[in-house]
Design a protein. Structure first.
Length: 192
């Protein structure tokens, strides 16, 4: 197995690991208002998130940015709660000239989530001579994992709609559940 394959697999496994469900919740909160025909919008949204977390993941891995882990562990559920709450209040808020706020938030909140991955990745890259290729492979693995999560969610959404639940009810249920879990994560957080 090549170094690229190894780090790709690690990125994929890291995002699909149910013990790290906070990242999965964030992706689901981003996608809660969409259906399968919106796949291009969702791909753009998830890619904006990936760009954000890739940037801070790289900066933190090179130790150009350092923030205390407990601050990041507090901010991650904040980003999940904010995204779910925004979906509940106004599913597709627009900024000026039709730019959707959720794309901007995905990018900005991705910056925070990238810092959460940095300690994990830095420990993995300790023995690597050059970290560019492993960093790229890890991020590509994360992106593919996110697409798997989105595809599974869209399949579930399609089945729920076929069973008779309307889009608004489904979005309300999913976003409320995610908001509740995010609030529980905040209450359990050691930052307090």
């Amino acid at each position: 197995m090549t170094s690229f394959e190894l780090y790709f697999k690690l990125g994929l496994q890291h995002i699909l690991d149910l013990q790290g469900f906070d990242h999965i919740l964030f992706i689901l909160s981003l996608c809660a208002v969409y259906v399968a025909r919106d796949w291009a919008k969702i791909l753009l949204l998830v890619t904006a998130f990936t760009l954000g977390h890739s940037l801070t993941l790289a900066l933190a891995t090179f130790q150009l940015v350092q923030i205390r882990p407990e601050v990041i562990e507090f901010l991650i559920p904040v980003t999940i709660a904010c995204t779910a709450l925004l979906t509940l209040i106004k599913p597709k808020p627009n900024l000026s000239k039709g730019i959707q706020l959720n794309y901007l938030l995905a990018l900005l909140f991705g910056l925070i989530h990238g810092l959460g991955f940095s300690n994990y990745l830095r420990s993995l890259l300790g023995q690597e001579a050059s970290i560019w290729q492993p960093l790229l492979a890890f991020n590509v693995g994360l992106e593919v994992g996110q697409i798997v999560i989105v595809a599974a969610f869209l399949l579930l959404t399609s089945l729920v709609h076929l069973a008779g639940m309307n889009r608004k009810e489904w979005t309300l249920i999913i976003s409320s559940f995610i908001l509740g879990v995010a609030c529980m994560l905040l209450l359990e957080n050691k930052f307090w």
